[in-house]
Design a binder for this molecule. Structure first.
Ligand code: UDP
Length: 231
C-alpha cells in the first residue's frame, strides 16, 4: 500500500528531500558545515577544543561538548523572537547528547568544544539536520571521532509511514519520530516520538529511519572526501 502513496510534495514514502552539504565554509571557525535539505538552510561552526578555565564547568577527564541551536528571526514564516527559548534549549541539549557518543572527548581534559547551529531557514527537520551538520563540522575541525552521526525523522502521515517529514507533514501528521544513529555500529544515539505508532508501524518506521540515516551518512562521507580525499 505504501508503494502507491504519493505525498503532497510529490515524494514517495521513502524519499528524502534534496540535500546539499558543504564543509569549511567559515574562515574563522575551527570547523564548519552548511546543509540544505528542501528549504531548510543550516550553518554550523565549531570552536575548540579550547582550555576551559572555569573549574565549575570543566571536567578533569574530558572535554565538555556545548551545542547551541538557534533559529534566526526570519528563518520561519511567523517571525521568531530572537534569543533562546524552551524549544531551542531542549534541542541544543539533545544535539549535544546525540553526538557525544561519537567523540573521543577524553582526549581533551579540562577543555570545551563549542558548536553553534544557526537555522537560517526552517521547513521541518531542523534538529536532525543540526545533528548531521554538527557532526560534519566537528569532523572538519579534525576532532577525533568514532563515526559521523547521521539523523533523519520518520513518521506517520495520512496513515502511511514516511521518511523526512516536511513542516506541513510534521504539523498535520499523526506521528513524528526524529532518530539519530552511529552508522558503523547501528547504535541509536537519539530518538524522540511525538504522536502514536503501533508496534508494527514503529518497526517499519525504524527500518525507514535506518535507511535514511545510511543514505545521509553516504552524503556526509562524500562531503568530507571532497575536501580531504586527495590528501
Ligand atoms: N517552526 C516554526 N516556528 C517555531 C518553531 C518551529 O515555524 O518557532 C517550524 C519550523 O519549520 C520547524 C518545524 O516547525 O522546522 C518543526 O518544528 P519542530 O519543533 O518539530 O522541530 P524540527 O522538525 O525542526 O526538528
Amino acid at each position: 500500500m505504501n508503494e502507491q502513496f504519493i505525498r503532497k510534495d510529490g515524494r514517495p514514502f521513502n524519499s528524502l528531500r534534496n540535500m546539499k552539504m558543504e564543509i569549511g565554509v567559515l574562515n574563522n571557525a575551527d570547523g564548519s558545515a552548511y546543509i540544505e535539505c528542501g528549504n531548510n538552510k543550516i550553518l554550523v561552526g565549531v570552536y575548540g577544543p579550547k582550555e576551559l578555565y572555569s573549574k565549575k564547568h570543566s571536567k578533569p577527564d574530558g572535554a565538555v561538548l556545548r551545542c547551541k541551536y538557534n533559529m534566526i528571526p526570519f528563518s520561519v514564516t511567523e517571525r521568531k523572537r530572537p534569543g533562546p527559548d524552551r524549544r531551542s534549549t531542549e534541542i541544543s541539549k539533545l544535539i549535544s547528547e546525540a553526538i557525544t557518543p561519537a567523540i573521543f572527548l577524553e582526549k581533551y581534559p579540562r577543555s570545551s568544544i563549542d558548536v553553534s547551529i544557526e537555522v537560517l531557514e526552517a521547513e521541518g527537520g531542523t534538529r536532525c539536520l543540526g545533528i548531521v551538520g554538527a557532526s560534519l563540522a566537528l569532523a572538519d575541525a579534525e576532532i577525533p571521532m568514532k563515526d559521523l552521526i547521521s539523523a533523519c525523522a520518520v513518521g506517520k502521515v495520512d496513515n502511511h509511514i514516511v521518511v523526512d517529514l516536511s513542516e506541513e507533514e510534521d504539523q498535520t501528521g499523526q506521528a513524528d519520530m526524529p532518530v539519530a544513529i552511529m552508522p558503523r555500529t547501528g547504535e541509536i544515539t537519539f530518538l524522540q516520538m511525538d504522536g502514536n505508532l503501533s508496534v508494527p508501524e514503529f518497526e517499519e518506521a525504524m527500518q525507514l529511519a535506518y535507511d535514511g540515516c545510511y543514505y545521509i551518512n553516504q552524503l556526509q562521507q562524500q562531503t568530507l572526501l571532497k575536501k580531504y580525499g586527495g590528501e
